[in-house]
Design a protein around this ligand. Structure first.
Ligand SMILES: [Zn+2]
Length: 334
């Protein structure tokens, strides 16, 4: 199989991460990023993407003519073809983004085919590849945990995008009524649903729901004196240090993740569940603790008891790398 040359561009609220992929290896080590300037509107942002593409050529020594295709990802919501939603995501509030065709605009500007994924799907595809390579028999479910909770489902090596691009919005799947064995938590999500996965397993879920629920049990806790947004950001560090409030919050998240995994293994019987995103970039020791909490809350069939639950590394580069992998799948070199 001839190898192509692919540039991956991960457009975020403040920066664009850049990578280059030759079908096998990523050629730009570490992070390379330039400002995304998204608040200046889509035309300025597109020009930053063009500069990021040029940076990839400079860093690899590739000529423009050699590049097979470009992979782009942005925060959702956007259509499967990369047309931004009318509502816009965080930092994409500029009126010009409503129904803006980011993918098509970039393709026109640089004169290359451009593939599109939302950022969670791109990160999921990278995590899948990092775990199983290009094995066409493997399937995974990824939970990308950060401010919110993004998902990605890869079946037989291919990301599931869906009819309008909204497949694997796992954060907004509702938890079963018995997801927690002892607590009765009513958790609100920004999407309007009650007790969906993101309402528990995300930084926003900690701020809106879990801290307000558990903090009254710890009236003398240092977080009780703080602004709730600042307090929410401290919970993960406290949990890592063994703080009882921090741990009860993460144990509650473990119950929600376990209930979600139970649904996913009954739908897909995947090879692995992958956990990624900024919300789980913690020490190995905390990963072990959290994994143990999740496994203890899971009820597996005997045949599925060895299901792998793994933490994905290289979180900051996952979007750009997953985008480049997707471009290589959509536009194979001939
Ligand atoms: Zn939701």
């Amino acid at each position: 199989m001839a190898q192509g040359k692919y540039v991956g561009l991960d457009l975020g609220g403040t920066t664009i991460n850049v990578t280059a992929f030759d079908g096998e290896n990523f050629l730009i080590p570490g992070m390379h990023e330039i400002p995304s300037l998204v608040s200046s509107g889509p035309e300025v942002c597109l020009n930053q993407l063009r500069m990021a593409y040029q940076a990839a050529l400079n860093l690899t020594g590739w000529s423009h003519d050699e590049v097979t295709a470009v992979g782009l990802d942005t925060p959702g919501p956007a259509s499967a073809e990369g047309v931004m939603s009318s509502t816009g995501g965080t930092n994409f509030g500029h009126a010009g983004y409503g129904h803006f065709d980011m993918r098509g605009g970039l393709s026109d500007l640089i004169g290359k085919p451009v593939s599109y994924l939302n950022d969670a799907n791109a990160a999921a595809l990278y995590g899948h590849r990092a775990t199983f390579g290009d094995d066409p028999t493997k399937s995974t479910v990824s939970l990308i945990i950060g401010t919110g909770l993004g998902g990605g489902i890869v079946v037989n090596g291919r990301i599931v995008v869906g009819k309008v691009g909204y497949a694997a919005e796992l954060g907004h799947t509702r938890l079963p009524g018995d997801w927690h064995p002892t607590e009765q938590i009513t958790a609100h999500c920004n999407c309007g649903r009650i007790n969906d996965l993101e309402s528990i397993v995300s930084l926003t879920g900690i701020r809106l729901n879990l801290l307000p629920y558990y903090l009254p049990r710890f009236p003398d806790h240092s977080l009780a004196q703080m602004d709730i947004s600042d307090a929410a950001k401290k919970v993960r560090g406290l949990a890592e240090e063994g703080d009882p409030l921090g741990q009860i919050i993460f144990r509650t998240q473990a119950h929600a993740i376990a209930a979600h995994i139970d649904q996913m293994i009954n739908v897909l019987d995947p090879d692995a569940i992958l956990l990624g995103g900024g919300g789980v970039q913690t020490s190995e020791a905390f990963h072990d603790w959290f994994l143990n909490e999740i496994r203890n809350a899971c009820t597996f069939r005997e045949e599925q008891a060895d299901l792998a639950i793994l933490f994905v590394k290289d979180g900051d580069m996952a979007g750009a790398r997953g985008s480049a992998i997707y471009a290589s799948q959509q536009y194979p070199a001939d």
